[in-house]
Design a protein around this ligand. Sequence first.
Ligand code: AMP
Ligand code: ZN
Length: 480
Amino acid sequence: MSLRITNSMTRQKEEFVPLDPEGKKVLFYNCGPTVYGPFHIGNARNFVVVDVMRRWLEYSGYDVNFVQNLTDVDDKIIARATEEGIPAEEVAEKYTKLFFEHAEALGVRRATRHPKATEFIGQMIGLIKSLVDKDHAYASEDGSVWFDVRSFKEYGRLSRKKLDDMRQGERVLESQQKLKRSPLDFCLWKAAKPGEPAWDSPWGKGRPGWHIECSVMSMACLGSDTIDIHAGGADLRFPHHENEIAQSECHTGHPFVRYWVHNGFLNIDGEKMSKSLKNFKTIDALLEKFDPITLRHFLISAHYGTELDFTVDNLEAAQKASTRYSDAYREALHLLGDLPEPEEWENHEQLVEVEKRFAAAMDDDFNTAQALAVLFDLVTIVNSERARVERGETDEKAFLAGATALLGVFREVLGVTCELEPEEEQIAGLEEDLLQLLIDIRARARQDKQYALADMVRDRLGDLGIALEDRPGGTIWKKS
Ligand code: AMP
Ligand code: ZN
């Protein structure tokens, strides 16, 4: 089966066929953050689900060029700079750094490229000029430039809005009323106000509007007028993405995007989590209570297109679920003694079937909820095979190695791997060897009937948060 994606443009599940004639390269763009404050778990839903899409495309053999921009010049950044009494560039720098820290904590891989809006001002001016030359845009007397929405017949196609309906609901700032030809026209270039970051342009000093950034950076960084996949949260469908289409297609004359993908909202108490409603939970605050793997598991526990509720129950369920597969993986590795080769599952028919079911789930519009259900079936297989080996019912460890390898592959594809489990990392390497040494000393003490010494080893490890469990195949340790 091949990948099918729900295209927000057609609202249909469509077979994914990249633009590349060889069917190998994928050009993928995701709208990045405006760096004016710390991110919340709602923003993280977008970054995490898109990261999983990218991983799945790569696992499927595609060569993915993935670009995610950083909006580093914007009204909100300027407002924040005034609030904090620091230059706007400093605000952008501070929150860019924080974005990368949090993204990394949640296992979100770096994009092929993270272009910053301020690095592309020249190209943005070029595109705006081209729109003015083609009569799709006009300058107003204050030195701003506006896109003439009526000049693009297809406007409203993505959001399925009719121009007349839009006009009725539109409220226009009084200051803009005199400048725009129609209330729906949107800003391509903002005339500078004193003290704000500004660049020279044919219309005087100013800065780019938000929408033009994404048109320019997606086409420039992916090197094509048409890109394969463009993603973003559902709130960006209108007006942001609608405007991106208008600008790009009027400039190039080519279709801008083949597949539009939008993630649903993360809600809290029945409302969208957002900075403006002040009902948000920052990643920082959540990482104090939950480990990153739990947060990531929670974010992919539902299909990306649906809405997801932020509740304590849902997070606790995610904690329990992620512990189950992390434990299964670690305990199996402990018994195997060695990390199996990733492809070891390919030798076992039952595992080939499990992988097919996982692939079918992911190929069905990146259905992570379904893929996790398959992952749990595999956890049951790993645990029961491990128990068989421990009970001495088989000396053959090849099937356990294959099943564990496949569990490792699934965890990698979903990004819920042990790099996200800091406590495990801490006990890696030498520390793990020392732990094994203590387990061996305890076993020896018990053989020699030195029970007080054996109990001391177990109790002192218990004080350190390490529980020992005696199993038929030997003693294993667990974080208690
Ligand atoms: P922003 O920095 O507000 O532009 O948001 C960055 C990304 O997060 C965008 O793709 C938004 O659509 C997305 N986003 C913001 N809030 C939520 C939410 N509550 N649930 C899901 N995605 C969101
Ligand atoms: Zn964008």
